[in-house]
Design a protein around this ligand. Structure first.
Ligand code: TRP
Length: 446
């Protein structure tokens, strides 16, 4: 077989996959989705979906990836030749491109904030951060420029393959991000708005649980776990045989959820302290966070450190999205990884220009109240990812050879074997039906 990368160690596997999962989805998207969907009730459903649907579907992707050792689309061709299943993989590749098209823009914002922080412009006294965000993102050229910088950085890392620099760097940087976030969360809990903010995040108001909230929580769970588009198929295709899939899936889901919850603990007390609307949308975190830094000792250090780590977390996720498409293009059309990656940069940059302009020049170009950026975000997370996840579970539970499935999943201990029937039951019945029901009820309710 052609030279395919391998993750160099077990820790590397967990870190790279966790690096894909932990990103803007946890720190930027989770707070704004929770803020728009009522806080506690959203969180409750989100947790339920991560555990009940997220973990089993992660495992389904792992099984497809590791047992085929192919990219998202070729994996289905190997496991089920001459069937239409490879379209699931192809839909995933398309989804990857579309997510990339707005993710690169938001990563560009974090780069811009890092730059502004390092050059001293962010922590000047008297800055109104809500206006600052609107001004920065509505500009025509600067955000596009940052988005292009982000794509070039991602390209450079992708070209060098999977187990080079990122794997090593994230061993140090991801734990550091967690430490910085813990400090920030303690600080937020001492703000005047903390009781109100924490109540908003943790207290589930059952009357606020609607089909739409469930729909959005499901989308957020999939987005945050990098699930439903073959990203984990692609990554696990580089896993070695001795990686315990069950354990890895559980660890990644727990870590990812922990980071999202800590992000919520940082953001919501500040939301209520500094008078930002929880429904502020994609700008929420960018409008709220600088206020938190400004109140701390050494604001320059905290804000620069935070935006640096956030940029890196965003990059490791962006790279995983980029890798899905790059692996597909290069292995399908037999072009070098380098040219495959360039073609991804080209397509994503075009999408990125339109996403970026959705906050300025094209702000009023809307379809059903959504801009181009909003559509990319919504259609991928809420529709394509859950749909992909549903099809992948159906594939693994109904179509895949049973002994292959058991071999891949069995892992070592007795415990791992005992949960197997339960897992298969979820993948066969619960996951597809639950996702289907959430779709239908939210469409009827809309
Ligand atoms: N999960 C990442 C985040 O939370 C984003 C991401 C990376 C992603 N790869 C993905 C989302 C694949 C969906 C599918 O920021």
């Amino acid at each position: 077989m052609q030279q395919r990368g391998n993750f160099s160690s077990k820790l590397g596997v967990i870190l790279a996959t966790a690096g894909s999962a932990v990103g803007l989805g946890n720190i930027w998207r989770f707070p704004y989705e929770a803020g728009s969907s009522g806080g506690g009730s959203f969180l409750l459903l989100y947790l339920l979906f991560v555990l009940l649907l997220g973990v089993p579907v992660i495992l389904a992707e792992f099984v497809v990836g590791r047992s085929s050792q192919r990219n998202a689309s070729a994996a289905f061709q190997v496991l089920a030749p001459n069937t239409p299943w490879h379209w699931v993989g192809k839909m995933g590749v398309l989804t990857g491109l579309l997510i990339n098209g707005f993710y690169a823009v938001v990563t560009g914002w974090t780069f811009a904030y890092l730059f502004k922080s390092l050059t001293g412009g962010l922590m000047e006294s008297g800055v109104d951060y809500q206006t600052l965000f609107d001004k920065m993102t509505s500009d025509t050229w600067a955000p596009i420029g940052w988005m292009l910088v982000v794509m070039l950085v991602a390209h450079t890392i992708i070209r060098k393959g999977v187990s080079g620099g990122i794997e090593r760097a994230s061993k140090i940087l991801m734990p550091l991000l967690l430490v910085v976030m813990l400090v920030l969360s303690v600080h937020s809990c001492m703000l005047a708005g903390a009781p109100e903010g924490l109540k908003f995040l943790f207290y589930p108001d059952f009357s606020k649980i609607t089909p739409t909230v469930a729909f959005r929580a499901l989308g957020q769970a999939f987005f945050s776990l990098s699930l439903g588009m073959g990203c984990l198929i692609t990554y696990s295709s580089y896993f070695k045989q001795d990686v315990d899939l069950q354990r890895s899936a559980l660890q990644i889901a727990l870590l990812d959820t922990l980071v999202a919850i800590i992000a919520g603990i940082i953001i919501f007390p500040a939301v209520f302290t500094f008078g930002v609307e929880p429904e502020a949308g994609p700008g929420l975190v960018f409008k709220v966070l600088p206020n938190v830094f400004a109140q701390m000792g050494y604001p320059f250090v905290w804000s620069s450190l935070f935006y640096l780590l956030l940029s890196i977390a965003a990059l490791t996720s962006l790279i995983s999205l980029h890798e899905v498409v790059t692996a597909y293009v290069s292995e399908t059309w037999h072009v070098s990884r380098r040219w495959a990656s360039w073609s991804v940069v080209g397509v994503v940059s075009v999408l990125g220009v339109f996403s970026s302009l959705s906050f300025g020049l094209l702000k009023d170009v809307q379809l059903f109240g959504r801009t181009f950026f909003d559509w990319l975000d919504f259609i991928t997370s809420s529709v394509f990812l859950p749909l992909g996840g549903m099809l992948i579970s159906i594939f693994v539970a109904w179509k895949l050879d049973r002994s292959r499935l058991e071999n891949e999943l069995a892992g070592k201990g007795r415990y791992a074997k005992a949960v197997l029937p339960f897992l298969i039951f979820i993948l066969r019945y619960i996951a597809p039906v639950a996702i289907f029901v959430i779709f239908i009820t939210s469409i009827i309710g809309a």
